[in-house]
Design a protein around this ligand. Structure first.
Ligand code: ATP
Length: 327
């Protein structure tokens, strides 16, 4: 397998090397293609990613991504959004299962996955900025909605066969369209579904998280709900994600570059390490993926955690402890 490695900026440069050292511990036959993409490149060349970078990435089977700082330029377009479009990574899969021993701000018993449409909706990129008005076009297509609903149904089929479709169809026509396409796909696949308005969902997810299994929603709603879910499982430093298309996949922690703690060596590497776990599952290395999950739970149990989880250990201490357990 050939993997493009993009640490990016800020804590991406700290958590991704840690996650890679865990991957290396398995000695798998993986060719790594390192790429320098992000803010530093933008400062030197005026662009954060080049066509050559994209061509190289397209020669790989998948991407491991850290985080990229938003460049202070009104014409800048997010590298991650560009990669999602270029590689047609239409499904953003974000699992939320509390790890044992992590202190939680709400109920413990839940295990759900947010399946977020990743290429259209509010992040269509179709925007206009004028003197006194600005527009963003929220694009929802039949093809985009059907394929994300199919992915969610496929996932639901492997789990409890329960789908929750989250939308704001009482106000937005584009969302009643999304809802109707999703319900059609769920019926076709024989998946039981229910619907939630996004505001009610934001509330109920905290009160009754155990009710949910697979949640499918549009781009912006998925983005916001998954940050809420990250708080529910104990913090952004613990949450991995997969961006999946029909040809490529990109794995990344859901957190950003965290400039407030970058360079201090205290970022929690677990989100990045669990992103490696998701990549290994995708590639069929189930045994290795399970051993990462066991080792992560064990280091938390042993109290070898970074300050965001109340510990005093560094990023490297955590990954070294995980590697020791794996070996
Ligand atoms: P960006 O502009 O790149 O999105 P941000 O700071 O706006 O960065 P995040 O990087 O997601 O957004 O960070 C939000 C908060 O969560 C910050 O206070 C950050 O320190 C904290 N945080 C994010 N990731 C981690 C991590 N891996 N370990 C510890 N704290 C983290």
């Amino acid at each position: 397998m050939k993997v493009a490695i993009i640490p990016g900026d800020g804590i991406g440069k700290e958590v991704l090397p840690s996650a890679l050292s865990v991957l290396d511990a398995f000695g798998l036959d993986i060719e790594k293609v390192p790429l320098k993409i992000g803010y530093d490149k933008w400062k030197k060349t005026g662009s954060a990613i080049t066509d050559d970078d994209i061509a190289l990435i397209k020669q790989c089977d998948c991407v491991l991504f850290g985080a990229i700082t938003t460049v202070p330029d009104p014409n800048y377009r997010s590298v991650l959004m560009l990669l999602r479009k270029e590689l047609d990574l239409y499904a953003n899969i974000r699992p939320f299962t509390p790890l044992e021993k992590v202190k939680l701000p709400c109920a413990r018993k839940f295990d759900f996955v947010i399946v977020r449409e990743n290429t259209e909706g509010m992040y269509s990129g179709v925007e206009e900025l004028h003197e006194d008005v600005a527009y963003t076009t929220r694009i929802i297509t039949r093809k985009g909605s059907a394929r994300i609903a199919e992915k969610a149904c496929k996932l639901a089929n492997m789990r409890k066969k329960e789908l929750t479709i989250v939308h704001k169809a009482n106000v937005l026509k584009s969302d009643s369209f999304f809802r109707d396409v999703c319900t059609g796909v769920a019926k076709k696949n024989g998946i039981a579904y229910n619907e939630m308005l996004v505001d009610a969902m934001a509330y109920d997810m905290i009160l009754h998280p155990g009710k949910y299994d697979v949640i499918v929603t549009t781009n912006l709603f998925g983005d916001i709900l998954s940050d809420e879910a990250a708080a529910m499982v104990g913090g952004l430093g613990l949450c991995p994600s997969a961006n999946i298309g029909d040809k490529y996949a990109l794995f990344e922690p859901i957190h950003g570059s965290a400039p407030d703690i970058a360079g201090k060596g205290i970022a929690n590497p677990i989100a990045a390490i669990l992103s490696v776990k998701m990549m290994l599952e995708y590639a069929g290395h189930t045994r290795e993926a399970i051993s990462i999950f066991i080792a992560v739970n064990k280091v938390i149990d042993m109290g070898i955690v970074t300050p965001d989880l109340g510990g005093t250990y560094s990023t490297i201490d955590v990954s070294n402890a995980i590697i020791k357990l794996i070996r």
